[in-house]
Design a binder for this molecule. Structure first.
Ligand code: MG
Length: 179
């Protein structure tokens, strides 16, 4: 990792998790899919929807191990997990620390490069994944931010997103690259 800017750049960027072709991702060699919750899988503080439950079924049916790594607390994350039944759930994940990402990879017994981490925030989700050397996917935030501290981070993210966009496509439909 040469500098701070690079550490904030995701490997890929997609418009939504819900439209991904998981069979294709599995064929590319990925084995585990790790997720942020808020504004990545559902809106902030929103419970798991029917389509979220179906999404986890689809991923698991395709052969993937699934994990939820959230900086939110046990109550929020536990209620979410009761619905989606991920293979691993880590509340109070401490992103952007690398620990939770590394714990998931170790628990699943895979190489770091066989996992993908999906999140909507550069300063927590993407930075943490890059520190752990787990490939990161920036997801287009599902809704508008309702908390001031996240709104502030969105403003601070802007120049990094613009820099990223000079050489990369933002919010693509699919993940095209191979492991
Ligand atoms: Mg989030």
């Amino acid at each position: 990792m040469k500098n701070k800017t690079f550490a904030l750049f995701p490997r890929f960027s997609i418009s939504s998790i819900y439209t991904l072709d998981f069979e294709k991702l599995y064929q590319k060699g990925y084995r585990a899919l790790l997720f942020d919750i808020d504004n990545t899988l559902v809106l902030h503080d929103e419970p798991a929807r029917e389509e979220t439950v179906a999404l986890f079924h689809r991923m698991q049916a395709a052969g993937f191990k699934t994990a939820v790594l959230s900086n939110n607390g046990v109550e929020r994350v536990g209620a979410f997990q009761d619905r989606v039944r991920a293979d691993l759930v880590i509340p109070n994940a401490g992103k952007p620390k690398a620990k939770a990402y590394l714990q998931a990879v170790e628990q699943f017994g895979i190489e770091k490069g066989q996992a993908l981490f999906f999140g909507d925030q550069l300063f927590t989700d993407i930075l943490g994944g890059n520190r752990a050397e787990v490939p990161t996917v920036l997801v287009k935030p599902m809704g508008k931010e309702k908390y001031f501290h996240i709104l502030l981070k969105r403003i601070l993210e802007k120049p990094f997103l613009l820099a990223y966009q000079r050489n990369h496509a933002l919010f693509q439909e699919e993940i095209t690259a191979v492991v």
